[in-house]
Design a protein around this ligand. Sequence first.
Ligand code: GPP
Ligand code: MG
Length: 284
Amino acid sequence: MTTTTPPNVLRTAFQRSVANYWNAERDPVNLRLGEIDDLYHHHYGLGAYDPSVLAGPEDTRDERIIAELHRLETAQADVLLDHLGAVAPADRLLDAGSGRGGSSIMANRRFGCEVDGVSISEYQVDFANEQARSRGVADKVRFHFRNMLDTGLETASRRAVWTNETTMYVDLVEAFAEFSRVLVPGGRYVCITGCSNDVMGLRSKAVSRIDEHYTCNIHPRSQYFKALAANNLVPINVVDLTADTIPYWELRAESSVATGIEDPFLTAYKEGSFHYLLIVADKI
Ligand code: GPP
Ligand code: MG
């Protein structure tokens, strides 16, 4: 990879507080799920859960729920990858806000291509690189301590870029400018995000509680499309995944690894103040 090393990865007090959060994060809701098959996700799940996980023997109920939550989170990453379009082994991808690396590892496994992930958490970068090493794919999947607003990647070097629940940490116009810069013409950007519903006016209490919990800034739905249009990214597909993610939150609320943020998510989704959205756009 030809890159220049950006001098300041953490540029603002906000970015430093986000990095501190993720450098310190060791939550069982993420680690216990990841330990199941060494795919560590930092996003939520999609699809119906198997109701038998709640009905079986009491002493193994929690284990079954945790395995099922993990299956739904992996299914979510598969939905994201399904929308990347045709990716060849010679292509290169960018995972913007790569967390502990789960989505990047899955992309390499599916397409055989190179993936670069960037994160402003040095802990996450080290963790994810260790995952790539232990899986023997470190030559193709690399994680960097970089800011997604300034990745240092070559211009027009990426067939696709994705953000899996990370855009609530950045200014959308700045982020999409950088994604547009690194994409090849005709390259694809896929975003899964939680966004507030402009139709309901300003943010609801439940959405504010989610922001507070993660130190993030959830954007209104309208801002995504304005920022895409401003950066030569043309939507080809928009899917409201809200109904498909609610079962994940209902199951998570039943588990020992619930964190307390389950109720705000369920309230926000059900009152209509918040959507779980997939956006696919092509670079022109
Ligand atoms: C974290 O996933 C995801 C975010 C911080 C982004 C917020 C997402 C929205 C859709 C608003 P995680 O797996 O680290 O969270 P948790 O620890 O709660 O499982
Ligand atoms: Mg999680």
